[in-house]
Design a protein around this ligand. Sequence first.
Ligand code: GN1
Ligand code: MG
Length: 374
Amino acid sequence: MITHMKAAAIAPQFSIDGRLVRVVPIGNGNVNDTYLAVFRTTFSERRFILQKLNHKVFASPENIMSNMRVVTDHVHRRLEEEADTADRIWQLPRVISTKDGQDLLVDDDGEYWRAITLIASAQAYENIQSLEHAHEAGFVLGQFQRLISDIPADLLTDTLPGFHITPQYIKELDQALMIEEGRIRLDSSTDATNCYRFVQERREWASILEDAKARGELTLRPIHGDPKISNIMIDDDTGKGTCIIDLDTVKPGLVHYDFGDCLRSCCNPAGEETQDLGKVYFDTDLCEAIVRGYMTFAREFLTDADIHYQYDSIRLLAFELGVRFFADYIAGDRYFRVRHEGQNLHRALVQFKLCESIETRETVIRKTLEKIRG
Ligand code: GN1
Ligand code: MG
């Protein structure tokens, strides 16, 4: 059965009133398959998100769901406590159980499905729309990090060991290059050999955050893990941020992984999938707007050492995603979904171009960070 039809067969098994009228693919995730399901009763319509979890990436879907329960229960409680003084309605999806009370449904092929509520009257974008949008992206991330900051670390399982450990991804690249098919892919184009040279030139520096962590300068805190632009929802009516979605990667990590990832994603106006490398650059005005939004909340919990590594985290997360795409291309596209041959190589070129642009603008970025810190 093709996945889309399967989704239509799975949706009614979750605890939703009414009859299913439509299931459509939604979003551009690189890992899970996501659908919008619409149910109707005589008097109302209900929409929710149905997802097939990528079992190859997430080895234990049960742990993903238990983390999701911990995070959503915690954040919903805090939002309720703060509702009277909040400047807006903040949203966060809720897990919908199956009709027999489970968080996950395993189908006949052993695939894992879950359902969550849809965020009302809001949307996420693939590219930043304006300076105000950029400010809201930073604001939403800062607010989310604040809201999860007091989740006890032992309640969260590490669902993706090695996630955002840059030297680990370089090791994976080295391993993929030990296999003949990998070496053939490397030698098959100048784009690939250029990517490899780019990695080689930054290999030593790539452990900068992990070294600071090992020295005890930086400490682990709960983080979102994937705060890219398309995971930040903007309210259709107010233009303000209302929610951060995609909670699969919430776990203890460095807040820098989030900060760097949000900036590398939002400050590239051309977006991650652009075909035109000439349009890829790091926009420092957008950077300033995001950091201002973020620091509204983050000022409260960042230490001097945290701030010291902010610039490097921006450079590193662009570099790291480039390494991840490149290593996956060399390994034969096993992790990130691709629609055509060479897509992961092209995605790597985009991130490396962005990383270079960040390096060129180092002085301006550092000055911006200093100015906002005050
Ligand atoms: C993946 O699946 P998606 O699109 O939410 C990846 C992120 C990358 C992102 C790049 C679990 O996220 O780490 O930054 O692609 N998620 C995982 O678009 O690896
Ligand atoms: Mg994700």
